[in-house]
Design a binder for this molecule. Structure first.
Ligand SMILES: [Zn+2]
Length: 191
């Protein structure tokens, strides 16, 4: 259920009596702690559906959960869906979701446009560090080396992996009309 706050805080999970939700690691299926900002996929177990049991059904949607109190007064955790687990990369043992990288870069708006591309030279999901991320700078941004190091530091603080950020000019990354493409697979082009 969507939150009615002016300041959008994610969706409220309100059916605790009907479904048991777990945050899980999409690769190992281990249960993760539901702590503020944690990211995983949601596994769903129906508690009262009579037609047939649904047990730990992993919906494959990468979800970030929030446990801080919401200004609207509803209790329980909130969540935002970031993307699909099929897109997940693993950098030195850390699960990396392209949509989470984009969210970090978008925090820097208007210094960035929020548009990114993750460049892969080999097939995933395991890829070497540092991860090559292209990010567009905003029109007015002059200090590009500072922007690069600020984004790299923020990615390291928030997402716990090492990125090599390449700043490109506004509009340099191709826009797609369908689902935005966050990964560019260079190894496919060569073949
Ligand atoms: Zn709320």
């Amino acid at each position: 259920m969507s939150c009615c706050c002016d300041n959008y805080n994610g969706l409220h999970f309100i059916s605790q009596d009907h479904a048991y939700l777990e945050l899980i690691d999409p690769k190992t299926k281990d249960t993760l702690k539901i702590i503020d900002g944690a990211i995983g996929t949601i596994a769903y177990t129906s508690l009262d559906w009579e037609a047939g049991p649904i047990l730990r059904y992993d919906m494959g949607d990468v979800t970030q959960v929030f446990t801080s109190p919401c200004t609207c007064g509803l209790t329980g955790f909130r969540f935002k869906i970031l993307g699909r687990s099929d897109d997940m990369l693993i950098v030195k043992g850390i699960n990396v979701y392209p949509a989470a990288v984009r969210n970090v870069v978008t925090e820097f708006f208007p210094r960035t446009t929020g548009e990114i591309r993750i460049i892969l030279d080999q097939p995933g999901p395991k890829v070497p560090a540092p991860l090559h991320v292209k990010a567009e700078h905003g029109k007015e941004e002059k200090d590009l080396p500072k922007l690069k190091s600020d984004i790299e530091a923020r990615i390291h603080d928030v997402l716990r992996f090492k990125a090599e950020v390449e700043i490109v000019s506004e509009g340099a990354l191709e826009r797609t009309t369908t689902k935005s493409k966050l990964i560019e697979k260079r190894f496919e082009k060569r073949g």
